[in-house]
Write a protein that binds this ligand. Structure first.
Ligand SMILES: Nc1ncnc2c1ncn2[C@@H]1O[C@H](COP(=O)(O)OP(=O)(O)OP(=O)(O)O)[C@@H](O)[C@H]1O
Length: 311
């Protein structure tokens, strides 16, 4: 596997513009624009609850965005997951979603159902038509297992695989739909450093096969090493986007991760209002009850200044 980064081209694979997703009164994603070009690995980072997975769900048709549009290779996507997969976008989920009692090979074959005439149920129930179609897909599935290094475990039940292999199998299943864009939601969650390194190599190899990648991850070392471009979401809004060095040195990104408010941060106005109200409430009883001066402190002779009042 090669780990060199290729130059990005101007061919846009994914174009999300003005994507907003509201759940009742909560705006989980607000006006997010993001593109992924052919040959690119793009990272999506942000603190917990920033809206990353919700944004992914808007891209893959699981959610219909309240506003905005999502195009793949110039065509607006229908908000239906199977049609999005058919169009060329595949994804993995934050939590492993394998068919535990099916074999490794069968799991990959299920991933090919959008590329065969037979449907998902036919694949899951192994109906005769699917078995026939399966013969054509088996070769491709074995190729994919070889690609991720699980060819020797093709007949193992998915549930018996070690954790790292289960994660790899999910990626192989996603690749089985022959995508042009792969979305990975926290692919290294729960992995040890060795497994994380293997996943990194695997993603580079996927990119080298001509598949663009958009990846959500909390492991910053992994993301900054892997990605050509990184976008940071904070409270549903895209705060900054750029190369790894631009994003990792951005003080607003650091502050967002540390939970430190900063000027112009999404939601900062609301936070400031709440803090001011809390300060006012805390100051009120003090104003009513005269403070007991420290024994050696001089008695207050002047009214508090405006500055002191505002503290
Ligand atoms: N189906 C839903 N209904 C209501 N609120 C939701 C729904 N899905 C997500 N949210 C809310 O939207 C916000 C963004 O959540 P989301 O899971 O997208 O964040 P995230 O950045 O992926 O977080 P994490 O890194 O913890 O996975 C959160 O406040 C979450 O509670």
């Amino acid at each position: 596997m090669t780990t060199t980064k290729t130059a990005t081209t101007a061919t846009t694979v994914l174009d999300a513009s003005g994507v907003t997703m509201r759940f009742g009164g909560l705006t989980a994603v607000r006006g997010v624009d993001l593109t992924v070009n052919a040959g690119e690995i793009v990272g999506l980072i942000g603190p917990n609850g920033a809206g990353k997975t919700t944004f992914f769900n808007c891209l893959t048709g699981l959610y219909v965005p309240t506003e905005g549009k999502v195009s793949y290779k110039g065509t607006v996507l229908p908000p239906k997951p199977h049609l999005v997969t058919k169009a060329g976008i595949a994804r993995t989920f934050q939590n492993i979603r394998l068919f535990a009692n099916m074999t490794v090979l069968e799991n990959v074959l299920v991933g090919r159902h959008t590329r065969t005439k037979e449907g998902l149920w036919s694949a899951l129930l192994r109906l005769p038509g699917y078995t026939k179609a399966e013969n054509g897909s088996r070769e491709r599935a074995m190729e994919l297992l070889e690609f991720i290094g699980l060819q020797d475990k093709a007949d193992h039940l998915a549930r018996n695989l070690p954790y790292g292999d289960q994660r790899k199998l999910e990626i192989a299943r996603a690749l089985a739909s022959d995508p042009g864009l792969l979305l990975l939601d926290e692919p290294t969650a729960g992995m040890n450093p060795q497994e994380t390194r293997v996943t990194e190599e695997l993603i580079f190899a996927i990119r080298d096969q001509g598949i663009a990648v958009l990846v959500i991850e909390h492991d910053m070392r992994f993301i900054f090493n892997l990605c050509d471009r990184v976008a940071c979401l904070v409270q549903g809004e895209k705060l900054v986007e750029g190369t790894a060095s631009v994003v990792q040195s951005d003080e607003r990104v650091i502050a967002a991760y540390l939970g430190t408010p900063f000027e112009g941060a999404p939601g900062a106005e609301e936070v400031a209002e709440v803090e001011a109200a809390e300060a006012e409430a805390a100051a009120a009883p003090e104003a009513a009850t005269p403070a007991t001066p420290a024994e050696d402190a001089p008695a207050a002779t002047t009214a508090p200044t405006e500055e002191e009042d505002n503290r």
